[in-house]
Structure formats: structure tokens, C-alpha cells
Write a protein that binds this ligand. Structure first.
Ligand code: HEM
Length: 495
């Protein structure tokens, strides 16, 4: 009887504590943007469809407006929807919201590297990396040459398929993988290299798994789900394997480093580390270098490769668009010269198609999560330090005023009446502000040059009636992943 009494008292005590905590949460949030009422423990999870979170956010924006509050479990989150609110947060409040919301599967990169770093070393690591990347030709001639050097390998790999259907995932992956690998390690992988394939498989699997409902749930309840079996363990294991690979490359580089002649990005970071060695609290450690390189390797490969893969699927569905591209390529580049960046000025249709592919596939619909690094007054609300901030990108890319019929793939979204390329400030696939994508210039060059080269040499042959090609992504969480498909390419005559 006494035991029962104690149990009941304990339960009542726990329930009271929980109610107090919820009440405190609500009371302390009276200056937050509006949003649905959160339940204890789960917050607003019932308002979200985990198969398509971005769509749920759009629905909530229709109800609560362009700035609203959500609780993902107990994590306070402010969502920005639409051009004005997103741009305001990213550009006018670029410092206040420049933190990174935690992605728990990448805990190994916490306070290290660039992408997942929410610690004090992020600013210096990013600044230093950008300056070294500039020295190695980001956005300059050196990168164009790097991509052009890779083109014959890519077209040769396509030619070897001899008109037979093949899974394009890794063939297309080697191209951006080799470009970033050359910058980072002064190394390229043959298209049959097993280590290159393994690395790509890890990137590809992680990108896919991060977009599944399970991993989104894991990001909300990491402490409850940590001990359960499931795909979060696989992602964490893959993150470790990728980091061990980059750590091994860094070690190799250190052993053969010539301080007078840095060979690549890794050597340059190692030289910075040597400068730091005698400071009291060196922030630039071996581990930070390995994480920085892993971030650039992953982001530099998987995003561009997925865009190319999705892009070719879209072009198979619209043969009339492919035909216009062939016509433009034949007129401007001809059959034998490797495409160059200067061609872009004379190829407004290709430029528009590349932009429309990126808009339409909407690779990172909810961006990467930001975080408020201080209490911030925004549009009359107070957003406390530590709040996760989500500047959605799909709300700009699918704005129906800027892009009429946004659900349709139409290169005309980026062309004016006279067929010239039309810029749109809503095209923010690389985000903006302090956290803007580090590889924007490189990715844009790669997409234009690789797609031009593929279509210069090959016709795409759909294996089903183009009308039946389904463009719906296979998963929509962190990223929108294209459905798996087989590609078939036929060499063009005269090339
Ligand atoms: C189609 C290709 C790409 C797309 C769509 C893309 C998109 C993005 C987006 C939306 C972000 C988040 C920005 C934010 O938090 O506000 C980001 C961050 C980042 N991207 Fe990219 N990216 C692409 C290619 C690349 C490439 C080629 C590289 C490497 C050379 C790269 C490196 C990074 C890094 C390091 C960050 C983290 C920046 C930070 O947290 O400070 N990305 N990217």
C-alpha cells in the first residue's frame, strides 16, 4: 500500500514538473511569432507530415503568416516563409542568425569544420577556407580548367556504356568528386577506382538517409533514439568513415609537406596549423582540418552530382528542350571544342535550363537550419538565443508571382521575351548571407560545363514514353532526392 502511495506521489510530482516546464515554455515565449500550440514532449510534431516536411511548413505559413514558431519536440524553431522574410533574416540579420542548428547525425563535426560547426571556430575556419579556396581558383580560371580536364573522362565513361541502359549515379558522381578532390588533395579517381566508389557510396547513402522520416525524427529526439537500432546509426558510422578517410589524407600530406611549396588545400591548412602551434589555445587542430575537408568533400560532390542526375532525368522527359539545347550547343560550341565558361554569354537557353533545373528540383527546400546566436528583436518579436531558425528556400523558388506555374518545368522562367537570360533575385538555391554556400561559383560552373559537354556528345534516349517519366523525388527531408532511374545515351553523329 505504501509502495503504491509513493508511486502515485512520484507520478503526480513528475506530471506537475512537466506541466510547469510546458507552462514556463509558453509563458517565456509570449513575444515569439505566432504558431500552433505545442504539446508536452512532442511539441508540434502532429502538425508535420514527415514524408514532406517542407509542404507542411507551407501549409502552416498559410495559416500563421510568413514568420511562425514551431516546437520540434522541445526545440523552439522559427520558420521564415516567402521572399521578404527569408531575405530579411539572411541579409539584414546576417550576424544574429548566423549560428548552425544542430544536425545530430553530424555530432562528430560539432564545433569543427564549416557546415555543421556552431562553435566559436566556425567564423575563422570559414574565412580561412574561403581565402585558400580562392588561391586554388574557386570562381577563377583554375577551376574552369579543372572541370574541362575532367570532361573527357566523363564523356569516355558515357561512351563505354555503348548505348546500354546504366545507373548514372556514380558515373555522374565521379566528375564533381574529382574536381573537388583535385582542389583538396591534388588527386583524382579513375572511374573504376574502388576507394572513389566507396567514398561516393557513403556520400550518396548519407544524403539519402538524411532525407528520410527516421533521420528527421532522430534529429528531434536524439537522446531517446540514440540507443535504438536504425538508420541513424548507419549515417553516424558513415560520417566517421568519411572523416577517417580525410584524416588519413591529412596525415599523408603532413608527412610529405614542403612548407615552401603547398600542393593543395590540405597543405595550406596544415601550414596554417603550424603557424598556430605556439598560440595558447590553438583553434586550428588536426581534427578541425579533417572535418573541414570532409565538409567540402561531401558538399562539393553530392549536391552537384544529384543536380546533374536529376537534370538528365528532367531532360529525358522533355525531348523538345533537349533538342533546343543541342541546337544551341552546335551553333555556339560546335562538335569538338570542350565547353568554356565564356560560352555561357552566348548560350542563354542552356543558362536558363540549368537555373530552371536547380529551381525545379529545389535540392535543399528548407535550407540548412540556422540558429540565433543572441536574443534578437525581429519584426516586433523577440527570438531568444538558441532558437533554431529555418529560412525556407522553396518558398522563394516556388513563388507563383515570380515564377508563374511554379510546379511546371519551364526554362522560360529565366528567359525574357527576346530569349535573353533573365535574372531573378528569388533564385536563392545557394542561400545568402553569412552562411551562403561556399561552393556556389564552383557548382554553377560545373553544372553548365558538364551538362553542355554531355549534350554536345550524346542524345538522351528515354527507356519509357517521356510522358510516363515520373519526376517526383523519392524522399523529401533534408534534401529532395531524385527517383532511381536508368539512363541510356547514344553518341551524336559528327561528334
Ligand atoms: C548544386 C550545388 C549546391 C547547392 C544547391 C548548395 C546549396 C547550399 C546551401 C543551401 C547551403 C546552406 C546555406 C545556409 O546555411 O544558409 C550550403 C552550404 C554549404 N555549401 Fe553548398 N551547395 C552546392 C554545392 C556546393 C559545393 C560544390 C561546395 C564545395 C566546394 C559546397 C560547400 C558548402 C559548404 C562548406 C557549406 C556550409 C557553409 C557554412 O555553414 O558556412 N556546396 N550549400
Amino acid at each position: 500500500m505504501a509502495a503504491l502511495g509513493i508511486t502515485v506521489a512520484l507520478l503526480v510530482w513528475m506530471a506537475t514538473l512537466m506541466l510547469i516546464s510546458v507552462w514556463k515554455q509558453i509563458y517565456s515565449s509570449w513575444k515569439l511569432p505566432p504558431g500552433p500550440f505545442p504539446l508536452p514532449i512532442i511539441g508540434n510534431l502532429l502538425q508535420l507530415d514527415f514524408k514532406n516536411v517542407p509542404k507542411s511548413l507551407t501549409k502552416l505559413a498559410e495559416r500563421y503568416g510568413p514568420v511562425f514558431t514551431l516546437y520540434l519536440g522541445s526545440q523552439r524553431t522559427v520558420v521564415l516563409h516567402g521572399y521578404k522574410a527569408v531575405k530579411e533574416v539572411l541579409l539584414d540579420y546576417k550576424n544574429e542568425f548566423s549560428g548552425r542548428g544542430e544536425i545530430y547525425a553530424f555530432a562528430a563535426h560539432k564545433e569543427k569544420g564549416i557546415t555543421f560547426n556552431n562553435g566559436p571556430s566556425w567564423k575563422d575556419t570559414r574565412r580561412l577556407s574561403l581565402s585558400i579556396l580562392r588561391d586554388y581558383g574557386m570562381g577563377k580560371l583554375a577551376n574552369e580548367e579543372r572541370i574541362q580536364r575532367e570532361v573527357p573522362f566523363l564523356t569516355e565513361a558515357f561512351r563505354k556504356t555503348q548505348g546500354q541502359p546504366f545507373d548514372p549515379t556514380f558515373v555522374l558522381g565521379y566528375a564533381p568528386c574529382n574536381v573537388i578532390s583535385d582542389i583538396l588533395f591534388h588527386k583524382r579517381f579513375d572511374y573504376t577506382d574502388q576507394t572513389g566508389l566507396r567514398i561516393q557510396k557513403l556520400f550518396n547513402e548519407n544524403f539519402h538517409l538524411l532525407s528520410t522520416s527516421w533521420l528527421q525524427l532522430y534529429n528531434i529526439f536524439p537522446s531517446y533514439m540514440r540507443y535504438l537500432p536504425g538508420n541513424h546509426r548507419k549515417v553516424i558510422k558513415n560520417v566517421y568513415e568519411i572523416k577517417s578517410y580525410t584524416a588519413a589524407r591529412v596525415k599523408e600530406h603532413e608527412e610529405s609537406l614542403d612548407p615552401n611549396c603547398p600542393r593543395d588545400f590540405t597543405d595550406s591548412l596544415l601550414l596554417e596549423m603550424r603557424k598556430e602551434r605556439y598560440t595558447k589555445e590553438p583553434w586550428f587542430t588536426f581534427d578541425n582540418i579533417a572535418a573541414t575537408i570532409a565538409d567540402l568533400f561531401f558538399a562539393g560532390t553530392e549536391t552537384t552530382s544529384t543536380t546533374l542526375r536529376y537534370g538528365l532525368l528532367i531532360l529525358m522527359k522533355y525531348p523538345e528542350i533537349e533538342e533546343k539545347l543541342h541546337e544551341e550547343i552546335d551553333r555556339v560550341i560546335g562538335p569538338s571544342r570542350i565547353p568554356a565558361i565564356k560560352d555561357r554569354l552566348e548560350m542563354p537557353y542552356m543558362d536558363a535550363v540549368v537555373h530552371e533545373i536547380q529551381r525545379f528540383i529545389d535540392l535543399l527546400p528548407s535550407n540548412l537550419p540556422h540558429e540565433a546566436i543572441q536574443d534578437t528583436m525581429f519584426r516586433g518579436y523577440v527570438i531568444p538565443k538558441g532558437t533554431v531558425v529555418v529560412p525556407t528556400l522553396d518558398s522563394l523558388l516556388f513563388d507563383n508571382q515570380e515564377f508563374p506555374d511554379p510546379e511546371k518545368f519551364m526554362p522560360e522562367h529565366f528567359l525574357n521575351e527576346s530569349g535573353k537570360f533573365k535574372y531573378s533575385d528569388y533564385f536563392k538555391v545557394f542561400s545568402a548571407g553569412k552562411r551562403v554556400c561556399v561552393g556556389e561559383g564552383l557548382a554553377r560552373m560545373e553544372l553548365f560545363l558538364f551538362l553542355s559537354a554531355i549534350l554536345q556528345h550524346f542524345n538522351l534516349k528515354p527507356l519509357v514514353d517521356p510522358k510516363d517519366i515520373d519526376l517526383s523525388p523519392s524522399t523529401i527531408g533534408f534534401a529532395k532526392i531524385p527517383p532511381r532511374y536508368k539512363l541510356c545515351v547514344i553518341p551524336r553523329s559528327g561528334v
